[in-house]
Ligand binder design. Structure first.
Ligand code: 6FA
Ligand code: ABL
Length: 531
């Protein structure tokens, strides 16, 4: 049966879209290519020690780091070369869950937004009501494994940083640090899946279909009539719209472009690749109907550089390597008892921000994230592996470097031009920020940086850094507002095709992006409903 809205992709953009549209009385079909994630969604992938609890790898915050070293990693999209979550919740089920309420600067015209989007506060407030952040996620309200917070605080204070509750004052992002904030509730991963999706599921006018992969939109010139999928139980796999219906693409920054290319929308070099693909070419509109838009351009992702340290007070928590198969018994027991303790949070413990002027007159921000353990250590120093922690330095709002994403001949979604530090001023600012942190090490007794080690300069370390290791998984901008979608999030040149996900953000927000993406989704739906 035809519906008012087909939403493609159950990540944060798609879930918020589907919930708000169904709340407004629209018939909504949400198509998700992946399967269940948390126990609440029917997921069953459980650590041996949590068997029978109903708490999966996705529910238990402390299992976050195990997502990256598990042979059975069914959650990653296999036809995307970057990390992308293909399961109910999308990125929010596989992410570190760091969650920042957006700043005014995030939605400013200076950051690329149209002027009628700059008043984000009503939408951010709607988001906060549905999904509040917490910087003390353990159900007993206590904080655990706080040594990294204490040591990094000692490093930052002499540099003029002050400690704040970060989400109490979102616009303060210069010389501040605080406890890491997450979108966890009741000691479990929550995000839009535990909140918005649950209210949608209670409505009769809402339906979620999992394992349903959208391939292209079906269109008659500028009018979209439906979405073609891999579903063999319906005619041609096509879900159709009612007259006046709309399609919303929420497949993420890498995968929304692929859907557009396969629908004849985007730069001709990408559509030509679709034309050359035997499986896709029969469904491509005639060339006279192709819509030329800069889909895939203007993409950004935070360049990030890891610094690894040791300090005698720190507990590296075995770099989270044992939490799946062999956790510390008292921590596992405590978590199962009432979702409290170390395992009620993901790995980050502290975040900080600092603004830097660039030589081009533009201000850029650096964000730091500190966590026990390290993903990679490259050192000639002797060190105690049990005392290791990492500070990841990200360059965020204000960066000018951009890249491009697209597809290859096999239709795998991938970066085509890397977005990191293509502008030398970005690199200079990131170097300045890292050097400032390094300059303060001597203020903390027994603090030692082991990567880069004492035989490597910071300049060499950054210059030689493996580019792909700079990937922060924060891709935005492939269908930027103002160039691919208009200020109602409608794809230009179409009557009824919209995009609500990270791809419409014209530039990176101040912190890890999911909060800004969710606020943007609230705002986009309000604008779409008002059309
Ligand atoms: N963001 C944060 O704010 N904080 C973090 O700590 C954080 N950490 C990570 C992280 O550790 C990793 C490993 C990754 C990959 C991302 C992280 N992010 C973090 C970024 C954040 O999760 C993303 O920015 C955010 O989830 C993007 O939201 P979108 O709605 O734009 O897109 P998603 O990729 O989340 O969702 C797309 C959904 O569409 C998926 O469920 C996918 O399966 C589905 N889909 C894709 N193509 C489809 C198709 N053709 N048919 C049907 N469904 C499709
Ligand atoms: C984020 O926003 C990033 O996208 C992730 O890369 C980051 O997690 C989380 N938040 C938490 O800060 C890191 C892990 O801590 C590393 O162990 C892992 O190697 C890396 O992601 C992979 O990109």
């Amino acid at each position: 049966t035809p519906v008012d809205y087909i939403v493609v992709g159950a990540g944060p953009g798609g879930i918020i879209a589907a919930d708000r549209l169904s709340e407004a009385g629209k018939d909504v079909l949400l198509l998700e290519r992946g399967g269940p994630s948390t126990g609440e969604t029917g997921g069953t992938y459980t650590a041996p020690w949590a068997a029978g609890s109903g708490l999966t790898k996705f529910d238990i915050p402390g299992l976050f780091e195990t997502l990256f070293n598990d042979a059975n990693s069914f959650w990653w999209c296999k036809d995307v070369t970057t990390f992308a979550g293909c399961l109910v919740g999308g990125g929010t089920e596989v992410n570190g869950a760091l969650y920042w309420y957006p700043t005014d600067l995030d939605f400013s015209t200076a950051n690329g937004w149209p002027s009628d989007w700059t008043n984000h506060n009503p939408y951010t407030n709607k988001l906060k009501q549905r999904l509040p952040s917490t910087d003390a996620p353990s159900t007993d309200g206590k904080r655990y494994l706080t040594q990294v917070y204490d040591v990094v605080g000692e490093l930052l204070k002499p540099l003029g940083f002050r400690s704040i509750t970060i989400n109490d004052d979102p616009n303060s992002k210069d010389h501040v640090y605080g406890y890491s904030a997450f979108d966890f509730l009741d000691g479990k991963r929550a995000g839009p899946v535990a909140t918005y999706l649950q209210t949608a599921l209670e409505r009769e006018n809402f339906k979620l279909l999992t394992y349903t992969n959208a391939l292209n939109v079906v269109r008659n010139g500028s009018a979209i009539t439906g979405v073609r999928t891999n579903d063999t139980s319906i005619v041609d796999g096509v879900y159709t719209l009612k007259p006046g219906g709309r399609v919303i693409l929420s497949a993420g920054t890498l995968q929304t472009p692929r859907l557009l290319f396969r629908s004849g929308i985007g730069p001709s070099d990408m559509i030509t690749l679709v034309q050359g693909n035997a499986a896709a070419t029969p469904f491509l509109p005639d060339e006279s109907d192709w819509i030329d838009l800069p889909v895939g351009d203007n993409v950004s992702d935070n360049p990030s550089i890891n610094l690894v340290f040791t300090h005698p007070d720190v507990d590296s928590y075995d770099n989270w390597a044992e939490v799946w198969a062999d956790p510390r018994p008292e921590d596992a027991e405590q978590y199962l008892e009432d979702q409290s303790g170390v395992l009620a949070a993901a790995s980050p413990r502290l975040n900080f921000w600092r603004a830097y002027p660039g030589s081009d007159g533009k201000t850029r921000y650096m964000q730091g994230t500190a966590r026990p353990g390290a993903a990679s250590i490259d050192t000639e120093n002797d060190y105690d592996i049990n005392k290791v922690f990492t500070i990841t330095c990200y360059l965020s709002t204000g960066i000018t470097s951009r890249g491009r994403v697209g597809i290859d001949a096999a239709l795998t979604a991938r970066p085509l031009v890397n977005p990191w530090l293509t502008d030398p001023v970005d690199k200079q600012v990131l170097l300045t920020g890292i050097k400032e942190i390094v300059s303060a090490i001597g203020n903390v007794s027994d603090l030692v940086m082991i990567t880069p080690d004492n035989t490597t300069t910071v300049d060499d370390y950054v210059n030689d850094y493996d580019l792909t290791a700079m990937n922060s998984n924060h891709w935005v901008g492939s269908a930027s507002i103002g160039s691919v979608v208009d200020s109602h999030a409608k794809v230009m040149g179409t009557d009824n095709l919209f995009i609500v996900d990270a791809s419409i953000l014209p530039a990176l927000p101040m912190g890890n992006p999911q909060g800004a993406i969710m606020s943007a989704a609230e705002q986009a739906i309000a604008k779409i409903l008002a059309l």
